[in-house]
Design a protein around this ligand. Structure first.
Ligand code: CA2
Length: 148
């Protein structure tokens, strides 16, 4: 029986592949969704990809995940750096959480170096481009299927 994982994306990531390709690449979020669906199928995971520009919507999806998702992959985008609400919601989720950043945030402005979400995340990816989502999906398969 395949397990569902949520892949949540925060503010402005709907513009992925449409602006700033020098930082975020040319793939759109739909491209990333297809890549993660393929990677998930290999490890018995069904992915549900969502994006919102609204903090409360992200919090609500994390709450829903408590009942329907075995794990969460999240690129909180700017919410990473200031949202205690997202951190609190993730702290109420029992399964594995992987934080993904497309860019290498530690090479960028100092305000991007702090992550509230990292206080909860079981693993953090940064600087792998959108391939980080695929790597996170593969690792999620390991955490859900193989971890003791
Ligand atoms: O590197 C990442 O994935 C980030 O989470 C992206 C966020 C940024 O605030 C974080 O510091 C690092 C920004 C997402 C905005 O996405 C866009 C994509 C294409 C064009 C414009 C914005």
């Amino acid at each position: 029986m395949p397990k569902t994982i949520y892949i949540l994306n925060g503010p402005n990531l709907n513009l992925l592949g449409k602006r700033e390709p020098e930082i975020y690449g040319h793939d759109t979020l739909a491209d990333v969704e297809a890549q993660c669906a393929a990677a998930g199928a290999v490890v018995g995971l069904v992915i549900e990809m969502m994006q919102s520009n609204h903090e409360g919507q992200i919090v609500d999806w994390i709450h829903t995940a408590r009942d329907v998702a075995a794990g969460i992959i999240i690129n909180p985008a700017a919410l990473t750096h200031y949202s205690i609400a997202v951190l609190d919601a993730l702290n109420a989720f029992d399964g594995p959480v992987i934080e993904v950043h497309i860019s290498q945030v530690h090479k960028r402005e100092s305000f991007r170096h702090r992550s509230y979400v990292s206080l909860r995340a079981d693993a953090v990816m940064a600087g792998f481009g959108v391939h980080g989502y695929v790597l996170a999906t593969q690792h999620m398969g390991h955490l859900i299927n193989d971890a003791p």
